[in-house]
Design a protein around this ligand. Structure first.
Ligand SMILES: Cc1cc2nc3c(=O)[nH]c(=O)nc-3n(C[C@H](O)[C@H](O)[C@H](O)COP(=O)(O)OP(=O)(O)OC[C@H]3O[C@@H](n4cnc5c(N)ncnc54)[C@H](O)[C@@H]3O)c2cc1C
Length: 392
């Protein structure tokens, strides 16, 4: 369904894409008094319908991603207040659980890898505690007896991304954001300035500032000059959902992660009784097929970690697309095309980065200034000039 004929076709800010990143941008912009619209055939859809919702600033730390760490930590810190504000405003519970995470090792190689991660976390000023195998099983008795050790990270929590997306749509509606439920076909550029989009039903939507927040499709919008087209690609992830029986107490009380035969694996137990098991990581373009191989590998590895899961009903299998960027970090703020800003490339941390992205984007939309914490994530780092300036 497209937008009703009465809805205004001009705004201060037009956000292309109503996934969690576009929605939080629109909500925060509207709160600052900017007349804001979102164009998306299905706002609240996108990768959040698949994502596990780990808020994993510490356990997601990877070598070479220390710059991203600062933004991840800043966003994790904002979560309690962000979630409370969203729930107060909309009445929607978000499934925000301050349950912590246990990352475990199943063999000596995994243990060595986890020890290195622990050292990196400590050097980066993060809190995590090394536990022996039996201490891990004392915390989570359903873990396999072979667990060799693990890292207890009490600060990595979780949220239900579907509920988050739903609440953000409601918050936008309350803040007066206009929804155009249709695809944007192309960006309109007039005299070297982005001025809006033309939609699939031929309507012209105009705005002072256009934010491209189209997730893994951000690099595909027609009309965006090549020089500012975001280098974002889809990274497929398959995820399973199982149902934990309420009668026997929780199967797991916190998020459990491991690397099994080189494949990262996580089990995220929700208060609702849902257990999310994920995720594959596949570079296969825009394919979202759930494959027998993907499901088999996730179940096999999860069974090795928590043997009891094979008793649980399998309620859903689904695949989604992470918006990957060349350095695994988001692209936030103005491009070199006046009037066009980006909020995309959040890759595997988009749920975690939702609060900070909303704050950063609203600030830059209202003031024209990118806040200091977001400077390293300017889209301009991928411009031809910036890339040729980099040392070899
Ligand atoms: C399997 C999996 C597990 C994940 N687990 C986690 C996790 O545990 N923790 C975490 O922090 N993150 C996780 N993520 C990542 C997170 O889900 C994403 O980074 C985040 O959802 C991206 O949000 P987005 O709004 O940028 O993009 P999307 O969710 O892709 O939304 C983009 C929106 O843009 C719309 N759109 C696209 N093109 C157009 C157009 N031309 N016109 C109009 N609308 C358009 C689409 O309809 C869509 O609604 C996971 C992702 C996957 C796939």
């Amino acid at each position: 369904m497209s937008s009703p004929p009465s809805s205004p076709r001009t705004s201060d800010v037009l956000v292309v894409g109503g996934g969690i990143i576009g929605l939080v941008t629109a909500w925060r912009a509207a709160q600052r008094g900017l007349a804001t619209a979102v164009v998306d055939p299905e706002p609240g859809g996108g990768a959040a319908q698949v994502a596990a919702g780990m808020l994993a600033a510490v356990t997601e730390l990877h070598y070479g991603e220390q710059t991203l760490l600062a933004l991840n930590v800043a966003s994790a810190r904002r979560y309690p207040q962000f979630a409370a504000e969203l729930t107060d405003l909309t009445g929607h519970e978000l499934g925000y659980r301050r349950c912590g995470t246990l990352a475990v090792a199943l063999d000596v190689d995994d243990r060595a890898h986890l020890r290195e991660l622990h050292a990196l976390q400590r050097r980066s000023g993060l809190e995590s505690e090394w536990l022996a195998g039996r201490e891990c099983r004392r915390l989570e008795p359903m873990l396999a007896p072979g667990v060799r050790g693990g890292l207890r990270v009490d600060g990595d929590h979780q949220i239900d991304p579907r509920r988050l997306a739903h609440a953000l749509v409601a918050a936008c509606e309350r803040a007066g954001v206009v929804f155009h439920r249709v695809w944007a076909d192309r960006l309109t550029v007039v005299r070297d300035r982005a001025t809006g989009v033309v939609t699939a039903d031929g309507a012209a939507l105009e705005a002072e500032q256009v934010v491209l927040a189209a997730g893994s499709l951000s690099g595909r919008l027609a009309g965006v000059p090549d020089s500012v087209l975001p280098p974002v690609r889809p990274v497929k992830g398959q995820v399973l959902r199982l149902a934990m029986p309420r009668s026997h107490g929780p199967l797991l009380s916190r998020t459990v992660r491991a690397v099994v035969r080189g494949n990262p694996l996580y089990l995220v137990p929700r208060e609702s009784g849902e257990l999310v098991v994920g995720a594959t990581s596949e570079e296969l373009g825009w394919d979202t097929t759930v494959t027998a191989g993907g499901v088999y590998e996730l179940l096999r590895d999860a069974h090795e970690l928590v043997p009891g899961i094979t008793e649980l009903p399998l309620t859903e299998t689904r695949a989604g697309l992470r918006p990957g960027s060349p350095d695994n970090a988001p692209l936030l703020g103005p491009t070199e095309l006046p009037g066009l800003l980006l909020a995309t490339g959040h890759y595997r941390n988009g749920v975690l980065l939702t609060p900070v992205t909303g704050d950063v984007m609203a600030h830059v939309l209202a003031t024209g200034e990118l806040p200091d914490e977001a400077r390293p994530f300017t889209p301009r780092r991928f411009s031809a000039a910036a890339l040729t300036e980099q040392p070899v």
